[in-house]
Design a protein around this ligand. Structure first.
Ligand code: SF4
Length: 236
């Protein structure tokens, strides 16, 4: 589907619509900066509900502490993070990241691209995890892209379906004020949209973006054409 790049006004309209429909999301759901980091790694490839149990397990063993987790027994950590799936890989990743915690904290104060390079060089941190950690643990204004963002952007008509992570990230960042609070809330609201309305099977009828969404407009037009054809067949 061809798309028109959005204007700043359009992106702010989307934000305001989502904010008035869903309200502030209060992200990230964590007690400490280190808990955000661990959560960002554990949520890779699984829903957040799977992660909550693993976080609670780590907390009850006092392991949501970088120094203690860095020295923890891997077999115990595997057992605790099992509910989050991919537990062998993830337990090693969070232990490795606990050992790098000082470097991650130092990165928060660096220029954003330099900070991203530091995090991306660590095992188990790809672009989405990197930007989630910087934004939600370090309050660094970097926009997070995920599958929900790509889906909304393609359906709404502001990006191609095949758009890549950095292209879409740039699209938001070039048009929005570089503000950590705005980026924090915007991403959280898109996730809410993806869960409540713009799911795999979209629920467009009461979607807050419905009146300007290309996909909804197209679906409505296609329905009208079908209804007209049906009526014509009946008349014949
Ligand atoms: S109107 Fe439908 S396709 Fe468009 S954003 Fe909403 S749920 Fe997704």
């Amino acid at each position: 589907m061809m798309h028109m790049p959005p204007t700043k006004k359009q992106l702010m309209w989307i934000y305001k619509r989502l904010h008035s429909a869903y309200g502030p999301r209060g992200w990230w759901p964590a007690d400490t900066e280190f808990e955000v980091i661990v959560g960002a790694v554990l949520t890779q490839q699984v829903a957040w509900t799977n992660v909550e149990k693993a976080i609670a397990n780590l907390k009850s063993h006092g392991l949501l502490d970088p120094e203690r987790l860095a020295k923890a027994d891997v077999t115990l950590v595997e057992k605790l993070v099992r509910p989050a799936g991919f537990y062998r890989m993830k337990s090693r990743r969070i232990i490795g990241i606990a050992r790098e915690h000082d470097r991650i904290r130092d990165a928060y104060a660096m220029p954003i691209e330099q900070a991203r390079q530091v995090l991306l060089s660590m095992n188990g941190i790809g672009p989405e995890t990197c930007d989630s950690i910087l934004l939600y643990a370090g309050n660094v204004p970097t926009f997070v892209i995920d599958a929900y963002t790509k889906r909304m952007a393609a359906r709404y008509g502001i990006a191609d379906e095949a758009v890549d992570y950095h292209e879409l990230k740039r699209m938001f960042e070039e048009r929005l004020p570089r503000n950590e609070r705005l980026f924090n809330e915007y991403h959280a609201l898109i996730v809410e949209l993806g869960k409540r309305h713009c799911a795999t099977k979209p629920r467009c009828s009461d979607c807050p973006l419905g009146d300007k969404c290309k996909k909804k407009v197209k679906r409505k037009a296609a329905k009208k054409i079908m209804a007209r054809k049906r009526a014509e067949r009946k008349r014949r």
